[in-house]
Design a protein around this ligand. Structure first.
Ligand SMILES: C[S@@+](CC[C@H](N)C(=O)[O-])C[C@H]1O[C@@H](n2cnc3c(N)ncnc32)[C@H](O)[C@@H]1O
Length: 234
């Protein structure tokens, strides 16, 4: 009995230290930095999330849309998209298992297991995992400039095969900022023509939608000058 009382007091003292030293805030900040490092933009997570779901809804996303996110990262867009869509309509693909581990945590924190999202770790954009599945919307945000030329070719083949006949794929690209690297990936500057030609080779038309800031992106960093493209089956 005395042992249990001692244990309870010890636990309570630990809780008081934890609360008063602001450990909870520190843990939350550490989690936030992990997420931001996984999506590549320190201090920009909330705006990237807000922008992507607002843009998708502006482009006609409805709860019954079947949605594929290629390069879903830690579900920056994924969480509000999963929340908005009907159960079972979200599939996210990423090449890194570490980022999908974070993504699953986010699903749990948001209480979204009930929506049955599917997350796939793949270096072949979900082939063969997705079988013959097609989608109304495909999104790749801050992804295409991290794909080398060979992978980009596979990307457009995938988009052609995964789009439903009236479906649409959205992606932003970098035409201005010098090429460099990010983590294990390249960061590439390409002209719009490069994307247009590769899309055309795979039977897709490209529309130029303008820069992110034209669509209401609220930050002034380099990505606000990324151009948004859409791809549809010809
Ligand atoms: C800059 S992050 C953006 C993540 C997310 N779209 C967002 O808006 O936060 C780029 C993501 O693309 C993923 N990626 C890079 N190459 C990929 C590939 N070949 N297949 C699938 N995902 C890839 C990376 O692992 C990373 O999570």
């Amino acid at each position: 009995m005395l042992f249990r009382t001692r244990q309870r007091i010890k636990h309570r003292v630990k809780e008081l230290i934890f609360d008063n030293a602001g450990f909870q805030e520190m843990l939350e900040l550490r989690d936030r930095h992990r997420l931001e490092d996984a999506m590549g933009f320190r201090g920009q997570f909330d705006e990237h999330r807000r922008f992507q779901i607002a843009f998708l809804r502006e482009q006609g996303l409805v709860p019954s849309s079947r949605f594929l996110e290629i390069g879903c990262g830690p579900l920056t867009a994924g969480i509000p998209v999963i929340e908005y869509l009907e159960t079972g309509n979200y599939v996210g693909i990423d090449v890194r298992s570490s980022v999908l581990d974070l993504a699953w945590k986010e699903v749990g924190k948001a209480g979204l297991a009930v929506k049955n999202p599917r997350l796939i770790r793949s270096s072949s954009f979900g082939s063969p995992e997705l079988g013959a599945q097609t989608f109304d919307f495909i999104l790749s945000f801050s992804v295409l400039y991290h794909l080398n030329d060979d992978i980009l070719k596979n990307y457009f083949e995938t988009v052609r095969n995964r789009l439903a006949p009236t479906g649409v794929c959205f992606a932003n690209v970098n035409t201005l900022h010098e090429s460099s690297t990010w983590l294990e990936f390249p960061f590439l500057r390409r002209t719009i023509e490069v994307y247009k030609n590769l899309a055309a080779e795979n039977g897709l038309t490209t529309d130029r939608l303008g820069d992110l800031d034209k669509h209401g992106f609220r930050l002034s960093g380099a990505e606000s000058r990324n151009e948004l493209l859409s791809f549809r089956i010809r």
